[in-house]
Design a protein around this ligand. Sequence first.
Ligand code: HEC
Length: 86
Amino acid sequence: MKSILAISLSCAFLLIFPASTLFAQQAAKTIVDKECAKCHSLKKVYSASKDAAGWEKTLDRMIKKGAVIEPEDKDPVLKYLNTLNK
Ligand code: HEC
């Protein structure tokens, strides 16, 4: 009985985890495509190749300039930016 529970829990985890990551990524892409195209073309974003620290610095710089990224959206947006150019 215990093992059935363990198996169903891990199945649920395996199903839910990639789905929620996918939703977060999709939401982050929507934010990037809207917010980051306000001052320059998205080409600037999608042609950039940065490591995680580089994106964090860039995102903070863009926020200082006027990009509107809610504090709770920063993390998924950074994760999404980190998937670019790989
Ligand atoms: C308020 C205007 C504004 C918004 C909104 C904005 N940017 Fe920028 N961005 C700039 C300006 C101005 C530059 C060129 C000067 C510079 O690099 O600081 C730039 C340059 C860049 C560059 C090239 C320079 C580098 O550091 O590689 C990247 C990449 C970039 N922006 C990403 C983003 C992303 C991602 C977003 C959305 C979160 C965003 N920008 C939103 C104004 C903006």
